[in-house]
Design a protein around this ligand. Sequence first.
Ligand code: AHR
Length: 801
Amino acid sequence: MKTKVLLIALAISLIAGGAFAGTATINIDAAKKGVDVNPGMYGIFLEEINYGVDGGLYAEMLKNRAFEGNNPPEGGKGRFTSDPSGLPDWELVQTGAAKGAMFADTADPLNANTPHSLRLEVENASGGRIGVANLGYWGMNCEKGDKYSFSLCARCADGFTGPLTVTLEDDRGNATSKPVKIARIGSKWKQFKATIEGTATEHRARLVITAGSKGKVWLDFVSLMPAKTWHSLPLRTDIAQMIADIGPHFVRFPGGCVVEGYSIKDAYNWKNTIGPAEQRPEMWNAWDYRRTHGMGMYEYMRFIEEMKAQPLFVLFAGDTCIFRGSEHVAIEDMGWVIDNYMDYLEYAIGPASSKWGSIRAKAGHPKPFDEPMIGIGNETWTDQYWTNYPMIYKTIKDKYPDITTIACMEKEGVPIDMIDHHYYFSARWFMNTQVYDKRDRKLAPVYCGEVASPNDLTERGHNILAALAESTFMLNCEKNADVVRMLSYAPLVANADYKDAPWHGCINFDTYRVFGTPSYYAQKIFSTNTPSYTVASDVKLTVDKPETVPGALAVEFKKIVGQVKDLWVMKNDVGLGVKILDQPDGWKKKDGVWTAANGGALKYGDPAWEDYTASVKVKFDKIIDEKDNGFVLHFGQSDKMDCGLSIYGGGTKSQIYGCDNAYGEKPVSINDGGWHEVKVEIKGLHVRAWVDGELLHDITMRAINVFVVGSGIDEKTGEVVIKAVNSYPEPITGSISLAGLPKIGSEARITVMKGDSFAAKNTLDEPKKVAPVTSKMAISGPNFKYEFAPCSITVIRVKGK
Ligand code: AHR
């Protein structure tokens, strides 16, 4: 693993180039107003994904507390594996002469929404231990001296006299808490509560419940939470505080794909998530685990309220997830779908005397919550949306004309308050996009609801390169704040113990630790440094070493038997030689001609090479498969970077690609059994490619090294706010000139987040290696110098009146 990280770091630093000096002249004119920025521009998107809510933010420490964990997906879809015991996450504890067995039972359930319970049949309770253990979400954290709130529902029969003894213990069976006894269990379901106190610290503890007599005992809804939770809500303090620290202005929840579901049956229905936790039906989750709904509508709304953010509830719009095999609610059945919108609004902001408002009041909140925004579906990119959306929109607007709704798509003639755009793209894309510079201002304003750069180079969004890319994009969104009204990163949370997690997370944790990625801190920086409006800032950048595409070369046939010869590489008219770095099994050389039978890339050259011309002669002998075949002349090859001239479609089409970006396609013809010359020339980011002497491609690859500045005025503090992203791996010396301010403060408040390379990141062990640091710098007037650190995001605030 360490080696891989080092290789990535090496590759990424190679991409970044060598010795360098850069200067920037930054002219800011505070009198030249740009666009107003929505003060609530930055928020969060909190989805139940990656065991991030259940198994994370929601403070429940036990997994499968209600014994419904072996229920197959309600709609019959999803990656589900049945547990032969019927009781996943629970184990029988049996030692010495004590004897018994555990079963999943549906007889006489606690309530209809939790049909299964655990039946422990005890044959002999003496001479050892007989009971059950819950393994938690990859264990559970027990801290010496900390208290935990335990509860369970139980009933018994066949002479069971108890008691039950509950302890936390380590994997060797040593107790890490004081034992707690649950006595007087009767034949009817009853809830028991107790406080468990940790006597030793164990981060991977399990909860053990042992029986004190023979007979049968049934358990249901067994729960353990830290006694101290965030703001007295059932939330893990460290994770909830990390989220709150972003300073989100709104919270989009609970999804995402979760909202749409695999099927109509498991699509998110908020009515399943209210009332006493033990009465909330669990449901299969679009992310292939069960949602307990412990974090239900009330808990979401209270969490959002405590953070002083605005709720943005996304509801099912009648179509399930298009990536999971769409199902559509028939138009005549849309009633309940639309009711869910209207009933939610009544629940959130209706009077306590209304039907749904009274349920809110009963839960402890007689006063209405803050007015929410409403997402009409998530990624519901279906034709039926244009039937469903207008019905939902009209019904909402008829009763609540001022509620902001957010659509998944846009269409001429259809009223749209705001459109939700999602971006999971490469760092290069984010660094260079002009999508909002070019957007037609007559179209609806935009909410960038899901933004992250989680590709290979950014190590699933974990390193500072991802944060630099997203920050460059956010600066562009601020520049276009007349169009982009809101933005949130996605996904927010991930349990780091869930090694098969489908997605990355901005906030990662295990049972007792938590850390934010550099992207997390970027969100926080932008959320807490939003200007009221932008002002003109002009940057003149001079760099003495332009960005290059360093790397070795390779030739590769895909589903083709072929030959290559005359490989050469030149720099400044001097041959560099062709040293083979990797010769896969299928490649053989005879009389100067290489033959490839089994695919694989023949790698040559030097990973440190940059700015060269490379040529090779190619011959197709046999196309093995009509689909996905091709020949590639790779360049810029390193462990994590790959560029190339790709010839595909049976030798008829060609394209240059590089670092997750592809550039224009051109026709070519090399499948005639003869030799053809393929040549590329790389100078900086400029790449040209020829086939048989004809220039086919002449492109400039998107830069990864950018230096961007955005400035604005914070009217609340009277400061000019300068934000800069330096994604060069070297410092840039800035000469800043501030014009158009009535007065200038004598010091600048400077916040910087930087990394020692693009690969810099945080981990559970080093949670704040990359994190913003704030300092002060004296300035003596409107012109001052500041050195922007390599790989950094900087905010400079100066009093301007
Ligand atoms: O953020 C992860 C997923 O990405 C969201 O659930 C979905 O909206 C998008 O496809």
